[in-house]
Design a protein around this ligand. Structure first.
Ligand SMILES: Cc1cc2nc3c(=O)[nH]c(=O)nc-3n(C[C@H](O)[C@H](O)[C@H](O)COP(=O)(O)OP(=O)(O)OC[C@H]3O[C@@H](n4cnc5c(N)ncnc54)[C@H](O)[C@@H]3O)c2cc1C
Length: 356
């Protein structure tokens, strides 16, 4: 039985743990933080909006992989412990012009989604919001995860399957075959998978140089309340709003190069002002604001595969880590078991950024 040690228990590490165990590996997951994450902590997955949005406004090089991952979410949530933490309501995208809306509709249809232009009345019916919008399109392929619910559920699922999860276990260094923690425990492995988000230390970067390519981008979110539940996710050029299990989240800023998680009130007010301009009097900021740090890669797509001397990395998921977690787990599993690597998966190799 292959012995795999995963470093990092965000959505990427947890999805990999579950999938590798399903594939027959003996899996240990080491996570520096405590068991129940908070939106205010360092784990990007906990602070995220959680949207599962495979259809961008325009074509992108790995759009088929994004769709594949979305399909995996739809399949994997059925019967999962955390199934109540995800919903697949679709998205209403507000465009600046009729041309922009038509282009989005064509793009979404090319990718096999159902995309329908919305009149003002249809927009109100879909969203439950009173806004007068001129150009909006409803796209059916989009969902949203409630990050705290799903992270907790994934950990429970992994444990129930026999994954050993050690929280509050900070990894100091790794090689291809062992992991050493700061409190000097050693874990042996046939393969080590590094999924540390944006928090890799120098020592982890020495073991897997690809991790040096991961840079921070701070994102700020606001929890808001509405008169009625939001029927679908809403996206405009300036903000998005998504109904989760217990809140509606409004986001987000994109602040490159920032590691600090301090809330900047001016940024939250900017988001609220954009929402107020489209939806006068409908959005109330009652749930507070927080910030998380996205692990950005140079091209915005993750690095998945070998780096350094025989270590696997699954990192740099940028603004789509929730969406891409299931496909990441598939690719890592294929690497661990030496399965054939389809070209689209191989294209996410960390080597695309040079020697790593
Ligand atoms: C504001 C915001 C909004 C976002 N919205 C979306 C969205 O709507 N949809 C979407 O798909 N994505 C979204 N993202 C992006 C997504 O959250 C990230 O891409 C994803 O969470 C990255 O997951 P990860 O597991 O790689 O990193 P993380 O979630 O940060 O997990 C890494 C884990 O590794 C642990 N770790 C690090 N070093 C060590 C060590 N030495 N020893 C032990 N443990 C260690 C950390 O404690 C951490 O728990 C958003 C992000 C932010 C910040």
């Amino acid at each position: 039985m292959k012995k795999v040690v995963i470093v990092g228990g965000g959505v990427i590490g947890l999805f990999c743990a579950v999938r590798l165990r399903q594939g027959g590996a003996q899996v240990t997951l080491l996570e520096a933080e405590r068991e129940h994450p908070s939106v205010h902590g360092p784990i990007a997955s906990a602070a995220a909006a959680g949207m599962l949005a495979p259809i961008d406004r325009e074509a992108s090089p790995h759009e088929k992989l994004a769709l594949e991952s979305y399909t995996l979410w739809r399949e994997r949530h059925v019967g999962a412990e955390w199934a109540d933490g995800v919903r697949f309501d679709g998205v209403a995208v507000v465009s600046a012009s009729a041309e922009e809306a038509a282009a989005l509709q064509r793009h979404a249809e090319r990718l096999g989604a159902s995309a329908t232009p919305l009149t003002s009345g249809q927009f109100r019916k879909r969203t439950g919001l009173e806004a007068k919008v001129e150009h909006a399109v409803f796209v059916d392929k989009e969902g949203v995860a409630d990050p705290l619910r799903v992270l907790t559920g994934l950990a429970m699922q992994a444990r129930a399957m026999g994954v050993l999860i050690e929280f509050e276990t900070d990894v100091a260094s790794v090689t291809a075959n062992w992991v050493l923690t700061h409190d000097r425990r050693t874990y042996e492995a046939d393969i080590v998978v590094l999924a540390p988000g944006v928090w890799a230390t120098e020592k982890l970067m020495t073991a897997a140089p690809a991790l040096k390519h991961v840079q921070p981008a701070k994102g700020q979110l606001v929890s808001v309340t509405l008169e009625r539940p939001l029927g679908v996710t809403l996206r405009t050029g300036e903000f998005y709003m998504a109904q989760r299990r217990r809140d509606v989240v409004l986001g987000s800023t994109m602040e490159f190069g920032r590691y600090d998680r301090a809330v900047d009130p001016a940024r939250s007010e900017g988001l609220l002002a954009a929402a107020e301009a489209l939806l006068p009097g409908e959005v109330k900021a009652e749930g507070g604001a927080w910030a998380g740090i996205r692990p950005m890669s140079p091209d915005g797509w993750p690095m998945i595969g070998p780096s350094g001397d025989g270590v696997l990395v699954a990192a740099g998921h940028s603004r789509n880590g929730w969406l891409l977690a299931p496909i990441t787990a598939e690719i890592i599993t294929a690497h661990v078991f030496g399965a054939e690597m389809p070209p689209a998966w191989a294209a996410l190799s960390p080597t695309r950024f040079g020697a790593s």
